[in-house]
Design a binder for this molecule. Structure first.
Ligand code: ATP
Length: 377
């Protein structure tokens, strides 16, 4: 359930036909996007896709070449950055090294001329929020990387922005600390009820923290959806391959006639992938003969040594070429007779398997009708 996809919800931030050009170069290309209040929203895409530019336009550091940005229905075009209800959290190296933690947090509030009592109350509140009460008198150099990051967060939240902008906020942290900090960020966002907009190229990070994700490529949004929708129902090959691991098999459509195989399920689309018959339950407009891709996540492919009862459809036979042991999962690379490789992932649930699948084994890969997807572009 996602409260933000309800049709009657009013967007908090609206990017409306935004284009940003630098000379002839189009960094953002006629992009429209709605973000709702209290959402943890990610802009996800490879380096150079325009995500930082989009965020900087919302903050007011850049002006769109065309289009409008609305906040609660109000055009921000004539609002300077310091008057916008947005605040950008910078990387921790932007902390003032000669100031204590509490001074760093108080700095922006002092600049704004808030009364002393108010400042000290807010600093205390922020220290508590990021669990750094005991570190108030330390300087940044006397803190760990994760603690410095929390000071940076406290500093950007002290001004009580309505929207917090985070540009690759956890880039400098090691993996474990990154994961911990992701959960802290979610916790704080929940506690304060703010809207968070994060820019990241790290798909796992986006999946973990976000209510919704916009996957970007070359200045355009490819798909906007919840992490589960993006993972389970990517709308293009680009999105499918950008998020997680996936097998892609080139296919031709054999029949798409509305044939129902299981009551209550979508009709089945029949495909042929170089002689392998594939059937997918999916509403799909692809016509007979069209070239499409069949996409399936490795963990949805079953792997077995014994031949399954029915191998007339959604089944391939091949040799185990490589095995990746990931602790929770093992990934099997299976080479088909025609040289193609299909990956199957299996959860390592038992320590005592009778005969584990090993290199050189001949195996069967099968998958249900509703496990994969037909991608038409
Ligand atoms: P990264 O993850 O590497 O920061 P990004 O998706 O955030 O990438 P942007 O910083 O938004 O990308 O940049 C988008 C494109 O616009 C890039 O190709 C970049 O070179 C270009 N660009 C950004 N700022 C300027 C500028 N001031 N002048 C010219 N080109 C720019």
């Amino acid at each position: 359930f996602s409260p933000w996809t309800e049709p009657h919800a009013v967007p908090f931030i609206r990017f409306e036909n935004i284009t940003k050009r630098y000379g002839d170069f189009v960094a953002v290309d006629n992009l429209s996007l709605d973000i709702y209040e209290r959402e943890f929203f990610s802009l996800l895409g490879p380096s150079g896709c325009g995500k930082t530019t989009l965020m900087r336009m919302l903050a007011g550091f850049e002006a769109p070449t065309e289009g409008r940005i609305l906040l609660q229905g109000k055009d921000l075009a004539n609002t300077p950055p310091y008057k916008r209800p947005t605040n950008m959290m910078f990387q921790s190296y932007a902390l003032f090294p000669h100031m204590t933690v509490e001074k760093n947090i108080a700095f922006g509030l002092e600049q704004d001329g808030l009364p002393k009592g108010e400042i000290s109350a807010r600093v205390d509140e922020m220290l508590k929020l990021v669990k750094l009460e005991a570190f108030a008198k330390r300087k940044p150099a006397q803190l760990s990387g994760g603690q410095r990051q929390r000071v940076a967060l406290a500093r950007s939240l002290a001004k009580r922005p309505k929207v917090l902008l985070l540009d690759e906020p956890l880039g400098a942290l090691d993996r474990k600390l990154r994961e911990e900090t992701q959960f802290e960020l979610m916790d704080i966002q929940h506690t304060l009820g703010l809207t968070f907009l994060i820019v990241t190229h790290d798909q796992e990070e986006a999946m973990t923290v976000s209510d919704r994700i916009a996957v970007m490529d070359k200045g355009v949004v490819m798909q906007v959806a919840t992490p589960a929708e993006i993972y389970e129902a990517p709308n293009t090959r680009y999105v499918a391959e950008f998020i997680g691991d996936i097998n892609i098999l080139e296919c031709a459509v054999v029949a798409n006639t509305g044939e129902i195989l299981q009551p209550g399920h979508p009709p089945v689309v029949r495909l042929d992938s170089r002689g392998v018959p594939i059937a997918v339950e999916q509403e799909c407009a692809a016509v007979t003969g069209a070239s499409v891709a069949f996409a399936i996540r490795p963990e949805k492919v079953r792997i077995a040594l014994d031949q399954p009862v029915d191998v007339s459809v959604n089944a391939v036979h091949g040799e185990v070429w490589d095995i990746g042991y990931l602790g929770d999962f093992s990934v099997f690379l299976v080479k088909l007779a025609d040289g193609r490789v299909v990956r199957a992932a299996q959860a390592n649930v038992s320590r005592l398997v009778d005969r584990p699948i090993t290199f050189g084994d001949m195996v069967w890969l099968t998958w249900p009708l509703d496990a994969g997807l037909v991608l038409t572009r």
